[in-house]
Design a protein around this ligand. Sequence first.
Ligand code: NAD
Ligand code: AOT
Length: 313
Amino acid sequence: MKIIIAGAGAMGSRFGLMLHRANHEVVLVDGWQEHIDAINKNGLQANFNGEKIVENISAYNQNEIAKVDFSADLVILFTKAMQLDSMLQSINSLLHEDTKVLCLLNGIGHEDRIKKYVPYQNIFLGNTMWTSGLQGPGKVKLFGDGSIDLQNLAQGQEQAANTIVEALNQADLNAKYSSNILSSIYKKACVNGSVNGLCTILECNIASLGASSYANTIISQIVDEFIAIASAQNIFLDKDEVLTQIKSSFDPETIGLHYPSMYQDLIDNKRLTEIDYINGVIVRKGKQYQISTPYCNFLTELIHSKEEILGVR
Ligand code: NAD
Ligand code: AOT
């Protein structure tokens, strides 16, 4: 399959690398010139489960899209949430009438923005339990396992969704068709809404967060708020199932030692976070549905404060 990775940071690099190793034709499109130059010069360098590997994949700046001569079957969106509009504008000329677009960003409601740029029948939504970390321009550290859930947004596109699942599974990405992707996205958002902001404020990894009884009490309250907002939209989540999924991420043998992407953004790289697209969405929807969301509100404001104190907001 011919695949464009739109947003080739930590996660885009992981997916680009694994898909390229499985003999898909892959092109990386990104906005960070130093990273693009490093990939084109030295290849994408990875510590892949402890083994040092190099994958030679072409990378382009999203501002020089005219140079990209590639008719893609699939675009995988992997920007940070606040970069999504600008990426969709940049790649617009690369989309032909059959190009499928799969969104794997964390957070809620991205489809509302994607619909402005991509025909409805070509939009596919998903989420992933894979993780990744950039170690510098052109360098990525990949460890652990993961999975992907995805579904077509438009009815009648189930077969196309299954074709995407097959292509991802040729690269051992452990994808499966979901018959209720909105519920799955909310479930993953509960994980991010609990661990990303708290690990960033408390400056710890997921395992340390999980070891704190106080943090577990806060997580339970946050999850209640996500579940209430989801229910208001007829998306139903089982709290025990959600908490089990969150707790499984505490295990140091799986991803407990991971510092969430929000931590990597704010603490390691002094960049803005995705808090407005995770807990912040719950606050905005709470106002719309008149549901109180004090924990998500406080956590969003704490992260905004920390962004300000660290000089990135
Ligand atoms: P990322 O920040 O690594 O990359 C996103 C964009 O930011 C890319 O264009 C990248 O080149 C650019 N960028 C990264 N570091 C930069 C720097 N130091 N200076 C300038 N530009 C830089 O994002 P990601 O972690 O790959 O996340 C993409 C999406 O996937 C997000 O929605 C995230 O929440 C989600 N996600 C991340 C992980 C993870 O483990 N990283 C896991 C699951 C989902
Ligand atoms: C994560 N981490 O999604 C992945 O870092 O943004 C992130 C992220 C899978 C399970 C738990 C946390």
